[in-house]
Design a protein around this ligand. Structure first.
Ligand code: SF4
Length: 274
């Protein structure tokens, strides 16, 4: 609440992502929402998918969803991750709520949320594909056909959707928590001013490579210097590639060897632009 208030006072947009476990009754949901809204909260995301629902009954999601309609948030979204074998899908959720909600992303992964109207709450479904990274990888065996053409693209979030780890380090995005040795994990806000951390991060070769060439292109460069480093042939998303390239110790070691090639690429690009 304190953080929301402080961010709101600074004119920053604020959002929480919640599993709705606290929405045990409409009254409790309303009470908490009222406090959050008074603190300045603008956006509410409620998680609901196969991985949450064994622990949190969908009734709580429903309770929170309908309670939120009594408040003027700028957007209220149900965040769903699904794959081809999922039970809890956007269609399932729409059916349970009895509402035909717009989905946030189109088939190409482009956000459609820019269609929001000022002063009017956007209600919708934030539909994402399951990412087989970190804790989800062992249990989630879902895979589907994603061609190289879909994977070979820049990351629109690297350095543009910076988040903070629980121990105060800035991270390149809010995709997953990068470990201590990752080139996408930056300095600690407890030790350095935020603008200095960000400025140094923006000079980083790997961050720029992920943001401009994309993880697929970076993986190809890594493979060119270290063909012995194995990569999967069934990636579902660019984040899965990003995870392997920047987190796996063998790939990361090769990535460090590939960094001068990536740096050269940017220097050549800059020279060409001048
Ligand atoms: S590709 Fe990497 S930097 Fe971009 S959103 Fe995914 S995990 Fe984050």
């Amino acid at each position: 609440m304190t953080a929301i208030s402080a961010a709101s006072d600074m004119g920053l947009n604020t959002r929480i992502v919640t599993n709705a476990s606290w929405a045990t009754t409409p009254e409790k949901a309303r009470e908490k929402l009222s406090q959050l809204r008074a603190a300045g909260l603008r956006e509410l995301n409620i998680s609901a998918d196969d991985y949450h629902l064994p622990f949190i009954a969908f009734d709580r999601v429903k309770t929170l969803w309908f309670a939120a309609k009594e408040f003027d948030f700028s957007s209220v979204l149900i965040a769903n991750c699904a794959g081809p074998n999922s039970v809890i899908t956007p269609e399932w959720i729409k059916n349970e709520l009895g509402e035909d909600l717009p989905t946030r992303f189109d088939d190409d992964g482009n956000s459609q949320i820019s269609d929001t109207v000022e002063g009017k709450t956007f209600y919708g479904l934030s539909n994402a594909n399951i990412q087989r990274v970190r804790y989800g990888f062992e249990e989630d065996v879902q895979s589907w056909e994603v061609g190289d053409a879909d994977l070979n693209r820049p990351c629109p979030y690297a350095g543009r959707s910076i988040s903070m780890s629980p121990d105060g380090h800035l991270l390149a995005c809010c995709g997953f928590e990068f470990d201590a040795d990752s080139p996408l994990r930056f300095g600690s806000v407890e030790e350095q001013p935020v603008d200095e951390i960000i400025s140094a991060a923006y000079d980083g070769v790997i961050l720029n490579a992920i943001a401009s060439i994309g993880p697929f292109g970076v993986m190809k460069v890594v493979q060119s210097v270290a063909p012995e480093v194995p990569f999967r042939d069934d990636y579902n998303s660019i984040c899965e590639i990003c995870f392997d390239v920047t987190q796996r110790p063998d790939a990361r070691k090769a990535l460090m060897r590939a960094t001068p090639i990536l740096a050269r690429f940017f220097i050549d690009q800059q020279v060409a632009a001048e």
